[in-house]
Design a binder for this molecule. Structure first.
Ligand SMILES: C[S@@+](CC[C@H](N)C(=O)[O-])C[C@H]1O[C@@H](n2cnc3c(N)ncnc32)[C@H](O)[C@@H]1O
Length: 323
């Protein structure tokens, strides 16, 4: 058999599966496969409009904009906003003409750069402790999902940054065979690259993730297809995602780290049900308030979307969330 022509590391297979020429996200709409805060309620867009207004900004760049749902809703709420979607997929036909669309990050931004559930889809290296206790890079066959262990993290062929990151953020040295980590170097670099582009304004990454005290011992690689969790397979047929080491991302970008529930409450989102008396005086208003309260509850539910992390960096404007 000829030797493999490309690097079989998980990161490379993952990259090809999602973003290769026929990659999953080049063809598929995220909302057809999973539900983000953007799809859950227009209150999420309204909260970001509120954040933009409080900071005195007028421009929003949505990184990993999916089908532009967030920007379309922000445009509906405030047509005076300047809006740009950055997305590998083509511009959606139904997007309002006022929303711009590009595959490349703008060099510099005065405004809010936001990325909802983007970092979890940034491919990263996966490492696993072998039977002798040595952490090694995990390889995968994209067609079958069969895994094998490649070079040790100490090997000269492996970038030293992987071992250094694990040492600082997700130590594996004393862990039992089979323990795994997803190495956050690529997520840290991707978000730092976004944050450095904000000349004046805010950068907000929102994602599911973990911090040092609660790393998943065997990693968190997952696949989703049409709303269901399926076998993890980097063959382009399904989403591939892993939780984000949010403390590492925040450390790299000097970001304030807080839960979505706290961020949204600070922006005025409340899941409190309307007074029942309103049903008698304004039945339509009561129903609308009740529905908003239900959506707010979903966005702030601690075991669901409310437990997501916001990583918030400020440049030339005050940090909007108190420590
Ligand atoms: C999980 S989806 C989230 C979509 C949307 N933000 C939402 O919350 O519904 C991640 C999106 O990021 C896009 N994406 C990933 N890497 C990208 C990159 N380097 N440049 C532009 N878009 C990217 C994918 O194509 C995909 O649409």
């Amino acid at each position: 058999m000829p030797p493999p022509t490309s690097d079989p590391a998980w990161k490379n297979a993952w990259d090809a599966a999602l973003y290769g020429p026929a990659g999953f996200f080049r063809r598929e709409s995220p909302s057809a496969h999973f539900r983000t805060s953007v799809h859950a309620s227009p209150l999420f867009a309204a909260s970001l409009v509120e954040l933009v207004r409080r900071a005195g900004l007028d421009t929003v760049v949505d990184v990993g904009a999916g089908r532009g749902e967030l920007l379309a809703e922000m445009h509906r709420i405030d047509p005076s906003l300047t809006l740009l979607g950055v997305e590998v997929a083509r511009r959606p036909e139904e997007l309002p003409a006022a929303v711009d669309w590009t595959p490349a990050l703008p060099e510099s931004v005065d405004g809010l750069m936001v990325a909802n559930e983007w970092l979890d889809n940034i491919p990263c290296h996966v490492v696993e402790v072998d039977p002798r206790g040595v952490p090694r890079v995990v390889h995968v066959d994209p067609a079958t999902g069969a895994e094998s262990l490649g070079a040790s993290l100490a090997d000269r062929s492996v970038p030293a940054s992987l071992a250094a990151w694990c040492e600082q953020w997700w130590p594996l040295g004393s862990r039992e065979p089979g323990a795994r980590a997803e190495v956050g170097t690529t997520r840290d670099a991707a978000w730092a690259d976004v944050v450095r582009r904000v000349r004046h304004g805010l950068a907000v990454a929102v994602d599911y993730g973990h911090t040092a005290p609660d790393r998943p011992p065997y990693g968190s690689l997952r696949s989703y297809l049409r709303g269901t969790e399926v076998d993890v397979l980097p063959d382009g047929s399904r989403d591939v995602t892993a939780h984000v080491a949010v403390d590492s991302v925040a450390g790299r970008t000097d970001a304030r780290l807080l839960r979505q529930a706290d961020a949204l409450r600070a922006l005025g989102v409340s899941g409190r049900r309307p007074d029942l008396a309103l049903a008698g005086t304004d039945p339509a208003g009561y129903v609308a308030s009740l529905s908003r309260a239900g959506e707010a509850a979903e966005l702030t539910e601690e075991t669901g979307l409310g437990g997501f992390w916001w990583m918030v960096s400020a440049a030339g404007v005050p940090q909007p969330f108190d420590a």
